[in-house]
Design a protein around this ligand. Structure first.
Ligand SMILES: N[C@@H](CCC(=O)N[C@@H](CS)C(=O)NCC(=O)O)C(=O)O
Length: 219
């Protein structure tokens, strides 16, 4: 039975799962969420009324939330690249870094982008300022944390890097990572060079005009 992934190539949380699938060469049916495809949109809405993507369907079982999907793939469809260490103590660091990228990079980044889609009169200037401040604090913490690390949790590419790659990619577009954070910039470049993420970035290129803040002319 083929895995089905309801997702969009330009979406950061979709890319997080795509990286995991590409790392392991896992076959799946990419159900691309396009508003002009009512069939797929209706399937998706029926699966997950909260309408946040990606969503994975495996033999009738629906799995939501990018982190859970990646853990699920590791348990039920493992490939050559284990994205969570078998050792439970080592796995804690991976999970902790995964939460960091979701909560303190992606969440404020999305806040800024979603705010820009609101009518001027409904914008939340204070919330956006707080999101920018959180990103600066998160960049600073990450810059120190990456001093001795190649990947987010140490020497091995993991779930945390699947989270880091799209979150830092779009965070830089939204609230630029300045030269005062050289290790974050270098880590972002390492992620861009990873073939699984490079493929996700390439597949998303046609959608760059959709970026609400205006996509810069660079990766
Ligand atoms: N906590 C969810 C977040 C997923 C998420 O925010 N997905 C975005 C796309 S990157 C989405 O569904 N956006 C649609 C919307 O906000 O209406 C996860 O980890 O999968």
């Amino acid at each position: 039975m083929t895995l089905k992934l309801y997702a969009h190539p330009f979406s950061s949380y979709s890319q997080k799962v795509l990286i995991a699938l590409y790392e392991n060469g896992t076959a799946f049916d990419f159900r691309v969420l396009l508003h002009d495809d009512p069939q797929i949109m209706a399937e998706f809405a029926a699966l997950w009324p909260l309408k946040r993507f990606p969503v994975l369907v495996d033999a009738g079982r629906t799995v939501t939330e990018a982190t859970t999907i990646i853990e699920y793939l590791g348990l039920y469809h493992p490939g050559p690249v284990a994205l969570l260490p078998a050792n439970a103590r080592a796995a804690l660091e991976v999970r902790s870094m995964d939460r960091f990228f979701d909560n303190y990079i992606s969440t404020p980044q999305q806040k800024i982008v979603y705010d820009s889609l609101r009518p001027e009169t409904e914008r939340d200037a204070r919330g956006v300022a707080e999101a920018r401040a959180m990103l600066d604090t998160a960049y600073g913490w990450l810059d120190k944390t990456m001093a001795e690390r190649e990947w987010a949790a140490g020497d091995t590419f993991s779930l945390a890097d699947c989270s880091a790659a799209p979150s830092l990619f779009y965070a830089d577009w939204t609230h630029r990572i300045g030269p005062v954070f050289p290790r974050v910039l270098a880590y972002r470049q390492r992620l861009l060079a990873r073939p699984s993420f490079a493929r996700a970035v390439d597949e998303a290129r046609p959608y760059r005009p959709l970026f609400p803040l205006g996509a810069p002319d660079r990766d």
